[in-house]
Design a protein around this ligand. Structure first.
Ligand SMILES: *[C@@H]1O[C@H](CO)[C@@H](O)[C@H](O)[C@H]1NC(C)=O
Ligand SMILES: *[C@@H]1O[C@H](CO)[C@@H](O)[C@H](O)[C@H]1NC(C)=O
Ligand SMILES: *[C@@H]1O[C@H](CO)[C@@H](O)[C@H](O)[C@H]1NC(C)=O
Ligand SMILES: *[C@@H]1O[C@H](CO)[C@@H](O)[C@H](O)[C@H]1NC(C)=O
Ligand SMILES: *[C@@H]1O[C@H](CO)[C@@H](O)[C@H](O)[C@H]1NC(C)=O
Ligand SMILES: *[C@@H]1O[C@H](CO)[C@@H](O)[C@H](O)[C@H]1NC(C)=O
Ligand SMILES: *[C@@H]1O[C@H](CO)[C@@H](O)[C@H](O)[C@H]1NC(C)=O
Length: 469
């Protein structure tokens, strides 16, 4: 991901509202599936990677590469939850085309600007494919589980103890803006993947790393005693060494740690051992419940509707941030599956957001190529379409609809001993990713990639967002 750029809310966008096309009742599975199908159709209309001459797995500008990984992760779940196979072929094609020469989601076209979080969203898509038994690639192609393991292995080599007592840096390469920032999304990807690999494979090494990442986040105060997940902290400068976290809270940071903690709870409660001195299942349960409670109070309003509080109310969410709510709901439903006694608490949230998101999917916009009257806006709190359209808005609404279909009877993520069929390779990945760094990007590339050379610092003080350039 990049330093935030701000897109004006609904700017130059003619508000157009047609009669509500998606009628949804949370308890009516058929209505949700039908609405999800319509919204998925609109989402994939943004995708051009399967057009002749285009590159499979890439979204067109202004969307960055990581968001395509997030989108295909969503589509893996979409197929699993709804049974609709329409997009399986383009999903497989994208997930395999972007693996890169070393089967680790570091394709040469992306590597120079790639961050640990960017790589992580593709790896989590592969992990979901393994956990859902998404059709396995042909034997001569890389396999889902091995792809996630490759990224995990590379993360371990990037664990940086030269500052902050550890942690992953946001960026992989020194020449990229954000190399000196250690943040919760990069470490959250590591934590989430490690926890899921531990549960899938039963290999304790993964659990130890999950534990290490969590402890580090707590140690530097990125996870607070109230279980707020703060954005990140600078390793250099003054104050450096991660002593002064940027306190902004994003819903996807809360979600990624919530789900990872739930997976660790499930793993430790159901037979996986803890490391000597490590957290017990009771401790993981406390952590999971702590993040859940804090998330509910911070991101879900009194009417249970999810709000990206840091930017949504002031209309300053950028393209990346407009997709975050969808991941929160993905990981919220996954949490209920890992701790089924949480369904009673989580299902009402999922249901409320499915119905609210459907009401926001009633737009028509020149920027939207799906069916008129079904473009999804960004805010779910208004009871209608707010005029903002894009991949993030559409994908988040799809997530709100489809994850509400996750019930106690829905198949949960499988493991290698409960039906998982994806082939792994514990030694996948490169020993030295610095070797593939190539050269720093040129000025031309920076402009092309929309890279910001002047860092934008964003902080929230008393509920208002200050933007300083
Ligand atoms: C690419 O996939 C989308 C979504 O399924 C579809 O609408 C479009 O027709 C496909 N394009 C090509 C060239 O196959
Ligand atoms: C890299 O970019 C080239 C030129 O656009 C394209 O042909 C190729 O398919 C891309 N490779 C990947 C893995 O995206
Ligand atoms: C930097 O922070 C780590 C973790 O909090 C701490 O262990 C270490 O002593 C600090 N280093 C310096 C030079 O302050
Ligand atoms: C929720 O209700 C509490 C108590 O009435 C109030 O203090 C708080 O501001 C409300 N929060 C939101 C997001 O509306
Ligand atoms: C772990 O997850 C599985 C799959 O949903 C579930 O059946 C099991 O009850 C969970 N374990 C605990 C301790 O909640
Ligand atoms: C467990 O995972 C570690 C880390 O990837 C690996 O080195 C080790 O070989 C694995 N053990 C087994 C039994 O697969
Ligand atoms: C990794 O590769 C880079 C570039 O080839 C080299 O400078 C560096 O020493 C290597 N690091 C290790 C640990 O081998």
């Amino acid at each position: 991901m990049r330093w935030p750029t701000f897109k004006a809310a609904g700017a130059a966008c003619l508000l157009s509202q047609t009669a509500q096309a998606l009628t949804v009742t949370a308890t009516d599975t058929t209505s949700i599936k039908s609405a999800a199908s319509t919204v998925a159709f609109g989402l994939l209309k943004y995708y051009t990677g399967n057009n002749t001459g285009d590159v499979a797995g890439n979204l067109p500008s202004p969307y960055f590469w990581w968001e395509a990984g997030a989108m295909f992760g969503t589509m893996v779940d979409y197929w699993f939850i709804t049974g609709d196979t329409t997009y399986n072929d383009i999903t497989s094609q994208a997930l395999l085309h972007q693996v890169g020469d070393n089967n680790d989601y570091m394709p040469a076209n992306q590597t120079r600007t790639e961050g640990n979080d960017d790589q992580g969203f593709w790896a989590m898509a592969a992990m979901s494919a393994a956990e859902n038994n998404f059709p396995n690639p042909p034997a001569d192609q890389p396999q889902w589980l091995a792809l996630a393991q490759a990224v995990f292995n590379e993360y371990t080599t990037r664990w940086d103890t030269t500052s902050c007592g550890g942690g992953l840096r946001w960026q992989i390469f020194q020449f990229n803006n954000g190399f000196n920032y250690k943040n919760s999304i990069a470490n959250g990807c590591f934590f989430n993947i490690a926890a899921r690999l531990a549960r899938y494979t039963g290999n304790q090494t993964y659990a130890e790393w999950a534990e290490r990442v969590w402890d580090w986040e707590v140690g530097v105060g990125l996870i607070t005693p109230e279980y707020k997940i703060l954005d990140g902290a600078s390793s250099t400068g003054s104050p450096g060494n991660c002593t002064k976290p940027d306190t902004i809270q994003w819903s996807y940071n809360a979600g990624i740690f919530l789900h990872g903690a739930a997976v660790m709870y499930n793993y430790t409660a159901d037979g996986g051992s803890t490391t000597a001195g490590g957290a017990t299942s009771a401790a993981w349960q406390t952590r999971m419940e702590g993040v859940l409670a804090e998330s509910k109070s911070h991101f879900f309003g009194n009417d249970s509707i999810l709000v990206e509080t840091a930017c949504e109310t002031v209309g300053l969410c950028d393209n990346d941030q407009q997709s975050f709510k969808g991941y929160m709901l993905r990981w919220l439903s996954g949490t209920a599956q890992m701790a089924p006694d949480k369904f009673a608490e989580i299902t009402p949230l999922l249901n409320a957001n499915a119905e609210a998101a459907a009401l926001a999917c009633t737009g028509t916009s020149s920027g939207f190529k799906g069916t008129d009257g079904t473009a999804c806006g960004f805010k779910w709190t208004t009871g209608g379409f707010d005029g903002q359209v894009g991949v993030g808005e559409q994908m988040s609404a799809l997530s709100a609809l489809m994850y509400s279909l996750v019930r106690p009877t829905t198949q949960a993520a499988v493991t290698s001993t409960s039906g998982g069929t994806s082939a792994g390779n514990p030694n996948a990945g490169q020993k030295n990713t610095t070797a593939v760094a190539l050269t720093p990007i040129t000025t031309g590339d920076r402009v092309a990639a929309g890279f910001l050379t002047s860092a934008i610092v964003m902080s929230v003080i008393g509920g208002s967002v200050l933007v300083m350039i």
